[in-house]
Design a binder for this molecule. Structure first.
Ligand SMILES: Cc1cc2nc3c(=O)[nH]c(=O)nc-3n(C[C@H](O)[C@H](O)[C@H](O)COP(=O)(O)OP(=O)(O)OC[C@H]3O[C@@H](n4cnc5c(N)ncnc54)[C@H](O)[C@@H]3O)c2cc1C
Length: 510
């Protein structure tokens, strides 16, 4: 039997969440799809690993856009529709905020959240609720518009709040609510998950983040994020998708401005009408297009013009006692010395010390996360790639250990327990780890930064002009819906939709 068919409708580069979502959607429409994954497992960052006989989540803190079983949001619904049956566990709280003058656990639900802010800052209930409702309205508009684009005039009538706030930063919109600083601090902790300071972060992005996480709560799969990848891959294969692991795509083949296949590191040349790439456009346009002369100048200009968003530095530990014995009371804690997001964003450019950390104890949403008598605890910051690019190979081990130690000490002081005395297993994930494992450009997990000059609305408008090579689509954190595991699924679906639309158009033209 031949390893590959003579021809496929679509080749997907990368068998992680974005690539597998694209493959599922295409297979659902009867297309012949090949997924090529360079690793020996599906999932990319959505993975787990085993140390000392204990399975450990590699990344996931919380998934957005899942929703309750009878009221699914778009990502949860996609899994259901595709027959990918995930055992979702709801995260019990939004987060615990440990900030100057604040120790407060916040819970999902717009009214609940507004009431909890009001408990700390009396008299703010109405304003906070109306802010959260505005976020919810914008969120619904974004969801509708990402599926049914419409004319500007129609948008103005049907999606007034979205249009009205689209050109403003988060800071500008928050300022109009005239809330006391403490209330703003309680509303801000999730900002790090979209990675720009509030002066630069488009309000649209903040609104989506808040409405999704605060309005509907967050979820994790019972068997770690790898449950998603494994079940997606299993379902895709059952639907006829061919997935080949340990197959790195080195080249995307182009002739007369259109893709016609790929070449793997093993030397196979495989043909297809369409290619969907999880590899970053930066990687594709600088080294993967063959011949090089087929790279349009605009493509290089585009990748050079985009600023890379955040990467990750995570200290993941298995501790020798249950959470409650170590003073760990909350699933998710954001701890910082300020909630000035612009200042914190500037700090992320360096190599630490980092003064804003996010900590997760999976056992508090998933009692099966680790063996009895132990718990998992991860401490994460999401730095910018700039600082980490300056680390020399000979200094790498020292730097990562120093940064990890600072973060462990910072959280030990908060818990009143020396975490160093309780570590059974420890893994330090750096931007280099992410880069080595998934090939993410500079280890960047969040694609391109959301800024006022380059945000989702602008990207929707330039998407067609940025389609530089016919038949080549991209899926992953670097695409329109941006960063995170939920958005990776949405980005994969969008790439598949673009391919299906192009196929339909071509069939009509024949
Ligand atoms: C520590 C950490 C914590 C995180 N926490 C969260 C969280 O709580 N919630 C959340 O939503 N998101 C979180 N994220 C971000 C999230 O994991 C990513 O945004 C998302 O998983 C990206 O998915 P992807 O499919 O776009 O890409 P990736 O997971 O990067 O996958 C890309 C895939 O393509 C393959 N590939 C690349 N190049 C080639 C090639 N040339 N040939 C063949 N295969 C190739 C890679 O091997 C990989 O499998 C976290 C990330 C980290 C690192």
């Amino acid at each position: 039997m031949k390893f590959y068919k003579d021809h496929y409708d679509v080749i997907v580069i990368g068998g992680a969440l974005a690539g597998l979502s694209a493959a599922l959607m295409l297979a659902d429409k009867g297309k012949d799809v090949l997924v090529l994954e360079r690793h020996n497992l599906p999932g990319g960052i959505a993975s787990s690993f085993v140390r000392g006989g204990i399975e450990i989540e590699a990344a996931l803190h919380e998934m957005m856009s899942i929703g309750e079983k009878d009221n699914r949001l778009k990502v949860g619904k996609f899994f259901d529709d595709m027959g990918v049956d995930i055992d979702w566990l709801k995260v019990p709280e939004a987060y615990h905020a440990s900030l100057p003058g604040i120790e407060k656990t916040m819970h999902p639900g717009l009214e609940t959240f507004a009431r909890e802010v009001d408990e700390e800052v009396p008299g703010t209930y109405d304003k906070v609720l109306s802010l959260l409702k505005l976020c919810d309205t914008v969120f619904n508009s974004v969801n509708e518009l990402s599926i049914h684009p419409m004319s500007k005039a129609k948008m103005l009538i049907k999606h007034e709040a979205f249009v009205k706030t689209a050109g403003y930063s988060t800071k500008e919109v928050l300022d109009t609510f005239d809330l006391p600083q403490k209330a703003l601090d309680l509303l801000a902790p999730y900002w790090i998950y979209v990675g720009s300071g509030f002066s630069e972060l488009p309000f649209t992005i903040f609104a989506v983040l808040m409405a999704d996480y605060i309005g509907y709560g967050s979820y994790i799969p019972h068997k770690f994020s790898h449950e998603m990848s494994l079940k997606m891959a299993e379902r895709a294969e059952a639907m006829g998708v061919q997935i080949e692991y340990r197959q790195q795509v080195d080249k995307i083949l182009v002739k007369d401005g259109r893709v016609y296949g790929v070449k793997t590191a093993r030397g196979d040349e495989i043909h297809a009408d369409y290619v969907i790439s999880s590899a970053y456009p930066n990687k594709v346009y600088t080294s993967m297009i063959e011949p090089k002369s087929a790279v349009p100048a605009g493509a290089i200009k585009m990748v050079n013009g985009r600023r890379l968003s955040l990467t990750a530095f995570s200290v993941i530990m298995i501790l020798d006692k249950p959470a409650e014995e170590l003073g760990i009371k909350d699933y998710s804690v954001f701890r910082g010395e300020t909630m000035d997001t612009d200042k914190l964003y500037a700090e992320l450019k360096g190599l630490g010390p980092y003064h804003y950390l996010t900590c997760i104890c999976h056992n508090l949403a998933n009692p099966d996360a680790t063996p009895a008598g132990t718990c998992s605890y991860s401490i994460t910051t999401l730095p910018r790639v700039d600082g980490w690019k300056t680390v020399k190979a000979e200094d790498y081990d020292k730097v990562r250990r120093e940064v990890a130690k600072q973060m462990i000490d910072y959280m030990s002081a908060y818990l009143g327990v020396n975490l160093l005395d309780h570590i059974l297993e420890i893994v330090i994930e750096t931007p280099m780890t992410v880069n080595r494992y998934t090939n993410a450009w500079n280890g960047c997990i969040y694609g391109y930064a959301h800024t006022m000059e380059d945000h989702i609305v602008a990207r929707l408008q330039t998407a067609e002009a940025e389609s530089f090579i016919k038949g080549l689509e991209f899926s992953g954190a670097h695409q329109i819906s941006g960063d995170g595991m939920g958005p990776a699924v949405t980005n994969g679906r969008k790439a598949a939709k673009n391919v299906l639309d192009a196929m339909a158009k071509e069939a009509k033209g024949k």
